[in-house]
Ligand binder design. Structure first.
Ligand SMILES: *Cc1c(COP(=O)(O)O)cnc(C)c1O
Length: 481
């Protein structure tokens, strides 16, 4: 029997006292029949059926079967304030009644957009006094591509077109975003990257730093930017873009020497520096923006995700004085923008979300309390036989599942990729009430910034238990002695 969603056959089969119940099988069938998910193998999804998430509160989610899950990924790195914030819902409700939409084209503006732009100017590093709003991180990076090229055109150097990015970076899924990103699997579909975008290697010490100190490797990895600038020709390079800590690439934390050296090289060749803070912005690393922790002084910042804690889509570009001055003083019309740039409802959600982050001192807590606690707890997981090494930065953390442990990160023996041990582990996690993401065999977390020390302990205990289950499973399959 195929399920059909109609008024007569609601998916909420019955309402219990506090928790609604759902017809999970019917939802899964309809999902498989009609809903194309992002980044999903649909044949595989159809076989298993999607998990249906129905509710969230704090750091917890509930699925349609009533299972409680601790969300180690804050949705997709975005629910910084945690779930269930009634005050954000109320701010959105009030704004929808007052003014659900008006555009910012043609010399008009709206109150939440003005207030949010002004607030962002106080939270961002001092060179940022201007903001351009989008609805996503991808659109923010598309905006940056157009903006840096426009900047150089206005500077009388229109041949400066090339943007240098890094392998294994994630900058979004639009044509420009995916091109800036350095994901081979994305480039393999649809003729990417678009012209004028080129990549260097990532500052991944575990993968590329064999035989070097971390500090030394940071300088070497930064020198790859200079090599690329010289290869392309310094007069053709417009900008360099990087995430302070690579998120989707697997929480790749660069050595402390990396970003200051990148900064120096950009200055030497007069190249714009772009920090993609879609993940690192709004407290993830214990500073308002990741570039502050990394000691870089970018000209442009892309943001999205945490600005609204995901309650309503919003993104944007913080435009530093160098670019803003040129665009404003010499630019005339910048022929770029979106219907929903500065959407009043999204901006109202952001204002309330940021009020929460400020009032509850969530960013400071990441720096002083929850971040250090997560670091200590993740370090303790390295005693597990499957864990080769673990790294954290603020509330972003990753650990590597390895076939054989070694004395250093470079002596560990990885599983063959086809064993898909990371995916196996992720399955155990989800089934046992904790969400971790698998990037190959690197298991990562980035929980809501509202997580407490006690909830971190609970999360790490669940992780340890699921590592045990994974170890049993790989032994059973003969993947390890
Ligand atoms: C998620 C992400 C993006 C893309 O944002 P969307 O809102 O999904 O378009 C860009 N850059 C980074 C670093 C991201 O993590």
């Amino acid at each position: 029997m195929t399920a059909k969603l109609t008024a007569e056959a609601p998916v909420r089969a019955q309402a219990a006292d506090t928790l609604d119940t759902y017809d999970t099988a019917a939802l899964q069938q309809l999902d498989a029949a009609h809903y194309l998910h992002p980044f999903t193998d649909h044949a595989a999804l159809r076989e298993r059926g999607a998990r249906v998430i129905v509710r969230g509160d704090g750091v917890y989610l509930w699925d349609s079967e009533g299972r409680k899950i601790i969300d180690g990924m804050a949705g997709l790195w975005c629910v910084n304030a945690g779930y269930g914030r009634a005050s954000i819902a109320e701010a959105v409700h009030a704004q929808m009644l007052a003014l659900p939409f008006y555009n910012s084209f043609f010399n008009t503006t709206n109150v939440p957009a003005v207030k949010l732009a002004a607030l962002l100017a106080t939270l961002a590093p001092p060179q940022f006094q201007h903001v351009f709003f989008t609805t996503s991180g991808s659109e923010a990076n598309d905006t940056i591509v157009r903006m840096v090229r426009r900047y150089w055109q206005l500077q009388g150097q229109p041949e400066r077109q090339v943007i240098i990015s890094r392998r294994n970076a994630y900058h979004g899924s639009t044509m420009a975003g995916a091109s800036l990103g350095g994901m081979a699997a994305m480039h393999a579909q649809g003729g990417l990257p678009i012209p004028g975008i080129t990549h260097i290697e990532q500052p991944n010490y575990a993968e590329l730093g064999q035989g070097m100190s971390e500090a030394g490797f940071g300088l070497v990895a930064a020198s790859w930017l200079e090599d690329k600038i010289l290869e392309v020709g310094p007069d053709k390079v417009a900008a360099f873009i990087g995430e302070p800590v690579q998120g989707a690439g697997g929480v790749i934390i660069p050595p402390a020497t990396y970003w200051p050296e990148i900064q120096r090289i950009c200055e030497k060749y007069d190249i714009l520096l772009v920090s993609d803070e879609v993940i690192c912005g709004f407290g993830r690393l214990g500073t308002w923006f990741g570039c502050e922790l990394m000691q870089a002084k970018p000209d442009l910042i892309a943001f999205a995700k945490g600005v609204t804690s995901g309650y309503v889509p919003l993104g944007g570009v913080l435009v530093g004085s160098r670019v803003a001055h040129t665009l404003i003083e010499k630019g005339g019309d910048f022929n770029h923008g979106f219907t929903y740039s500065g959407h009043p409802v999204a901006c109202a959600a952001a204002l309330e979300n940021l009020r929460i982050l400020i009032e509850e001192k969530l960013v400071e807590r990441v720096a002083l309390e929850t971040g250090p606690h997560l670091k200590a707890r993740f370090a303790s997981l390295v005693s597990h036989p499957l864990v080769g090494h673990a790294e954290t930065c603020g509330l972003a953390a990753g650990l590597n599942l390895v076939r054989r442990k070694g004395a250093t990160v470079h002596d560990c023996e990885a599983f063959p990729p086809l064993n898909a041990v990371g995916m196996l582990c992720r399955g155990f996690m989800f089934d046992n009430g904790v969400i971790m993401r698998a990037v190959g065999d690197r298991m990562i977390v980035a929980p809501p910034l509202s997580i407490t020390v006690g909830e971190i302990d609970e999360m790490v205990e669940k992780i340890r238990y699921c590592l045990d289950l994974t170890l049993d499973a790989v032994k059973e399959r003969g993947l390890i002695e």
